[in-house]
Design a protein around this ligand. Structure first.
Ligand code: ZN
Length: 238
């Protein structure tokens, strides 16, 4: 069994190199509480840490993570609403102005969804039930990309499931009202791990596109050997 001391050592480094060097930040966060500007719904996957990927600071981003970064629809969001209660808290209590659903390449949850194997045990049933949220995304991929490789279909489903979650977000009246009033914006992001790129969903174009933001002093990976993948129209997503 691999030990966890590596994380304790990591926390010690955080204390010395981050906490001790940012007293104003932590004094303010402690005294005034949090006012994150965005909520991110991300996958549990250990390779897709939102704080690391966005280089954000404590207090910047409210994060909820689950298998395959899914948001259930309003009608199914009552019992043990781990994800949706976090979403409600971020929007209604903290007043975040952006919700980002961030999917990623090589998502194990989406691969399991595409394989669609009958659950063989209790633990597989738990995962399969959760992944039902994105069942429509799987069916749309099979319909629109029949005969394509598993790799292509999985990638398409990773992106289609982001759109499904955005659509589900709009099924909550307190979300759609804020979106329609211009107080809340929804975003679909896709972390292309292979290329180290971030794609954003462009609702006008109906596809995920490499970010074209150029930040001074940063390497620009946008567009390098990466073709925007035209996928599925976002249904009734506004
Ligand atoms: Zn994942």
């Amino acid at each position: 069994m691999r030990d966890v001391n590596v994380f304790l050592k990591g926390f010690r480094r955080f204390q010395h190199h981050y906490f001790d060097r940012n007293p104003e930040l932590f004094d303010r966060l402690f005294a005034e509480g949090q006012r994150p500007r965005a909520l991110m719904v991300a996958c549990c996957d250990s390779r897709c840490d939102p704080g690391v990927l966005t280089d954000s600071e404590p207090g910047d981003m409210f994060v909820v993570r689950n298998v395959a970064n899914l948001v259930p629809p309003h009608i199914q969001a009552t019992a043990y609403a781990g994800t949706t209660s976090a979403i409600a808290f971020a929007i209604c209590n903290l007043g975040v102005e952006h919700v980002i659903v961030m999917g990623h390449a090589r998502c194990g949850g989406i691969r399991a969804l595409m394989e669609n194997r009958p659950p063989a045990c209790d633990e597989e049933l738990l995962i399969a039930k959760w992944l039902e949220i994105a069942a429509d995304a799987r069916l749309r991929v099979l319909k629109e990309l029949p005969g394509k490789s598993q790799e292509t279909q999985a990638r398409a489903c990773e992106q289609a499931s982001i759109l499904k979650s955005l659509e589900n977000l709009m099924s909550f009246p307190w979300i759609s009202r804020r979106v329609n009033e211009g107080k809340l914006a929804l975003h679909g992001w896709y972390f292309d791990m292979e290329n180290g790129a971030l794609l954003q969903y462009d609702s006008d174009a109906g596809e995920f596109r490499a970010t074209d933001m150029h930040i001074e002093g940063c390497a620009d990976h946008s567009g390098e050997s990466l073709q925007p993948q035209r996928l599925i129209e976002p249904g009734n997503l506004s």
